[in-house]
Design a protein around this ligand. Structure first.
Ligand code: NDP
Ligand code: 8X3
Length: 255
C-alpha cells in the first residue's frame, strides 16, 4: 500500500523540499501551512511532476488549536487510510537579541509555534498512529536545541523543549511501536533568516556570507533516510551541520 507523509510547514524551506522528495519516491503527501496560495501552487506542481500520488493541503496556523483540530479532522481517510510519517517542521525564530532586548510578541510566536504548535498537531495525529499500530514522528529541532548561543535565548529554549518532547514521546509511544526521531540541523539557507530578521533580506543573506550552509534538500535527504529504515530500526537523534560549522558556537567564520 502507498505510504503517506504529513509535513507541517510545507510552504517553504525544509518542509517544501521534503514534500517534493517524498512525492518523487511515491509517497502520498499532506502539506500544511498558513499561506494558501503557496500550498495550492506546490500541490499543483507536485501533481504535474509526479504521477500516481495523492496530495492534500491543509491551511491553518499550528498555534490555533481549534483550527488545528478541524484541519486534521478534514484529512481524507479514503485517499489517506494511514499516516506513515509525520514531520513536525513548522517553526521559526523571531529576532536575535539579548534577553533584555526581547519582546513578548516574538517570544509568544516562537514558543506558541515551535512548542505548542508541535504539540497541537501531534496530539491530533497520535491517536491515528496508535490505532494503526505503527508510525513515525520526526520532529525538526535544531543545533539550537543542543547548545545555547548568544542572543538565541527564547529560540534555543523552544528547541530544547522540542528535544525534551522528542525524548518523552519516544518513551511514551514505545508500547505502540511508533518511532520518534529528532533531526537537528545547523545553519541552512531557507526563508528562516528572512523571517528571523522580519523581512530584512540583506541581513538574512549576511548570515551565510563566507561559507556554504546546508540547504533544504540536505535536510530532506536526511528525513527520507531516517523515514525509510527497516521497521525495527529507529534513528533517535540526528545532528547535521554543514562542513564548515561544528556547532552553535564554532564555524569557519569565528575560528
Ligand atoms: P522557512 O521559514 O523556510 O519555513 C518555515 C515553515 O514553517 C513555512 O512553511 C511556514 O509556513 C511554516 N510555519 C511557520 N509558522 C507557522 C505557523 N504558525 N503555523 C503553520 N505553519 C507555520 O524555514 P525552515 O524551512 O528553515 O524551517 C523549518 C524548521 O526548521 C523550523 O522549525 C526551524 O526552526 C527549523 N530549523 C531551521 C534551520 C535553518 O537554519 N534554516 C536550522 C535548524 C532548524 P507558512 O508561513 O505558510 O505558515
Ligand atoms: C536554526 C539554526 O543556528 O540559527 O535553528 O539556531 S541556528
Amino acid at each position: 500500500m502507498q505510504k503517506t507523509i504529513l509535513i507541517t510547514g510545507g510552504t517553504s524551506g525544509f518542509g517544501k523540499a521534503i514534500a517534493y522528495l517524498f512525492a518523487k519516491h511515491g509517497y502520498n503527501i499532506i502539506i500544511t501551512g498558513r499561506r494558501q496560495e503557496r500550498l495550492f501552487d506546490i500541490a499543483q506542481d507536485i501533481n504535474i511532476q509526479f504521477d500516481g500520488i495523492q496530495i492534500q493541503t491543509l491551511c491553518f496556523d499550528v498555534r490555533d488549536r481549534e483550527a488545528t483540530i478541524k484541519a486534521i479532522s478534514n484529512i481524507d481517510k479514503v485517499l489517506f487510510p494511514t499516516i506513515d510519517v509525520i514531520v513536525n517542521n513548522a517553526g521559526l525564530a523571531a529576532g536575535l537579541g539579548t534577553i533584555d532586548e526581547g519582546n513578548y510578541a516574538d517570544w509568544d510566536a516562537m514558543l506558541d509555534t515551535n512548542v505548542k504548535g508541535l504539540l497541537n498537531v501531534s496530539k491530533e495525529i497520535i491517536p491515528q498512529l496508535i490505532a494503526q499500530g505503527f508510525g513515525h514522528i520526526i520532529n525538526i529541532s535544531s543545533i539550537a536545541g543542543k547548545t545555547v548561543y548568544p542572543r538565541g535565548n527564547v529560540y534555543c529554549a523552544s528547541k530544547y523543549a522540542v528535544d525534551a518532547l522528542t525524548q518523552a514521546m519516544r518513551i511514551d509511544l514505545l508500547q505502540h511501536s511508533i518511532k520518534v526521531t529528532s533531526i537537528n540541523p545547523g545553519a541552512a539557507e531557507t526563508e528562516f533568516s528572512i523571517v528571523r530578521f522580519k523581512g530584512d533580506e540583506l541581513k538574512a543573506k549576511q548570515v551565510y556570507d563566507g561559507f556554504t550552509p546546508l540547504n533544504a534538500n540536505d535536510i530532506a535527504d536526511a528525513v527520507y533516510y531516517v523515514a525509510n529504515l527497516p521497521a525495527h530500526v529507529c534513528i533517535n537523534d540526528l545532528t547535521i551541520t554543514c562542513t564548515t560549522q561544528a556547532n552553535s558556537h564554532y564555524s569557519i567564520k569565528n575560528l
